[in-house]
Design a protein around this ligand. Structure first.
Ligand code: SF4
Length: 338
C-alpha cells in the first residue's frame, strides 16, 4: 500500500476507503515507519509539531449506576476506587491551578454517573466563570448523558467543549454497556452541538471489538466531525469485567492512531487513557499521528507526569502548544482546511 498517496488524498480533502483502513490495520511491521511518516504529514498540515496538553479532574468518583464494562467506577466494578460526590468549588479551582502549572490549555472536568443533576450543573456553572477568570483555561466537561437545556446552560456559563465518547461501534455497544445505548450517546452529542459546544468524542480500543467495529466507529467519528478525538486504549483494571483482556501491543496502538488521523485529518487527536501501559516505550512515536496528550493521570489510574511529558515532547523536537490549531499551523506556514 502507498501510504503517501493516501496522505496526499486526505490532505486534498479526499477520504480513506474502508479497504484502505483494513490495509492500515494489517500493515506489515516493516511498513510502520512509512505509515507513521504519512500520518505525520497529515498531522503536521493541521497542527504543525505542536502538542496540546490536557489535564483532567475526577470531580465526582464512583457511585455510578451504569454498567460500562471498561470502567472502574461502574455499578458492576469491584475495583477499589475513591467514591465521592461532586467536589466543592475550591477543589475545582485547585485542579485548575494544577492544570495551568502542567502547561495545559484545557481543563477537563469529569463526573461519574449517568448524567448530572440540575444542582450539579448549578455548581459547575458557578465554578466555570471563576476558573476562566483566574487561569484563562478552556473548559471541557464530561458529565454523562445531557439534554439540550443542560448543554445550553453549560455553554452560557463559558464551557467550551463537551466530551462524550462513542467508545466503540454501534454494533458492539451492547457488549460493553446495557444501561444506556449508542443512540443515547449520539443524542447527547447532538444536544451539545445544538447548544454551540465543541465536541470531544472518541473511542476505547482493545475491548474485544473486531476489525469491522474499529472501521465502523472510525467512520462514525468522521461523520460526527468532533473537534477533538480522544483515542483510549483499554487499561484492563482488576475488578472490572474486562480485566482479563490482553493488551493490544504498542505497534497495534500506533496503527490505530494513524488510522484515526486518516479518518479525521483536521481533528485534534489525543492519545488518551492507556497510553503509558499500552504504548510503553513507543509513546513518543504516538505524537507523529496524534497531537494531544493527558498528563498527570486519568480518572482512577496514574499517568505520566507533566515534567516528563514536556521532556518527551522536547526530545522529539516538538513543542508544547497552548494556543490551538490555528496558531500552530500558522507557525508551520501551512493552512488548515477546516
Ligand atoms: S463510564 Fe461513566 S457512565 Fe459508564 S460506568 Fe463509568 S462513570 Fe458510569
Amino acid at each position: 500500500m502507498n501510504y503517501q498517496e493516501l496522505a496526499d488524498r486526505v490532505l486534498a480533502g479526499g477520504r480513506i476507503a474502508r479497504e484502505e483502513g483494513r490495509a492500515v490495520l494489517a500493515s506489515p511491521e516493516e511498513d510502520l515507519l512509512a505509515l507513521l511518516d504519512a500520518a505525520f504529514r497529515v498531522r503536521r498540515r493541521h497542527w504543525g509539531k505542536a502538542v496540546q496538553i490536557h489535564y483532567l479532574i475526577n470531580a465526582k468518583s464512583g457511585l455510578c449506576p451504569e454498567d460500562c464494562a471498561y470502567c472502574s467506577q461502574s455499578a458492576v466494578s469491584e475495583a477499589a476506587v475513591p467514591r465521592y460526590g461532586l467536589v466543592d468549588e475550591e477543589a475545582l479551582l485547585q485542579g485548575a491551578a494544577r492544570a495551568a502549572e502542567a502547561g495545559s490549555r484545557r481543563y477537563c472536568i469529569v463526573m461519574s454517573g449517568r448524567g448530572p443533576a440540575d444542582h450539579e450543573i448549578d455548581r459547575l456553572c458557578a465554578a466555570v466563570g471563576l476558573i476562566r477568570a483566574r487561569h484563562g483555561l478552556s473548559i471541557c466537561c464530561s458529565l454523562g448523558l445531557l439534554d439540550g437545556a443542560k448543554a445550553r446552560r453549560l455553554k452560557a456559563a463559558g464551557v467550551e467543549r463537551l466530551n462524550h465518547n462513542l467508545n466503540t461501534s454501534e454494533g458492539f455497544y451492547g457488549r460493553i454497556c446495557s444501561t444506556h445505548t449508542y443512540t443515547d450517546r449520539l443524542e447527547t452529542l447532538a444536544a451539545g452541538r445544538s447548544a454551540g459546544l465543541e465536541l470531544c468524542s472518541g473511542v476505547i480500543f482493545g475491548q474485544g471489538e473486531g476489525e469491522g467495529d474499529i472501521l465502523d466507529v472510525c467512520e462514525a467519528l468522521r461523520e460526527l466531525a468532533p473537534e477533538s478525538v480522544p483515542v483510549n486504549f483499554l487499561h484492563p483494571i482488576p475488578g472490572t469485567p474486562l480485566e482479563r483482556l490482553a493488551h493490544l501491543g504498542p505497534r497495534r496502538c500506533l496503527r490505530l492512531l494513524c488510522l484515526m488521523r486518516f479518518y479525521n485529518p483536521a481533528s485534534e487527536i489525543r492519545v488518551a487513557g492507556g497510553r503509558e501501559v499500552q504504548l510503553r516505550g513507543l509513546q513518543p512515536l504516538a505524537l507523529y499521528p496524534a497531537n494531544s496528550i493527558f498528563v498527570e493521570g486519568y480518572l482512577t489510574t496514574p499517568g505520566q507526569g507533566a515534567a516528563e511529558a514536556h521532556r518527551m515532547i522536547k526530545d522529539l523536537g516538538f513543542e508544547v502548544d497552548g494556543r490551538g490549531r490555528s496558531e500552530a499551523a500558522k507557525k508551520e506556514g501551512v493552512a488548515h482546511i477546516r
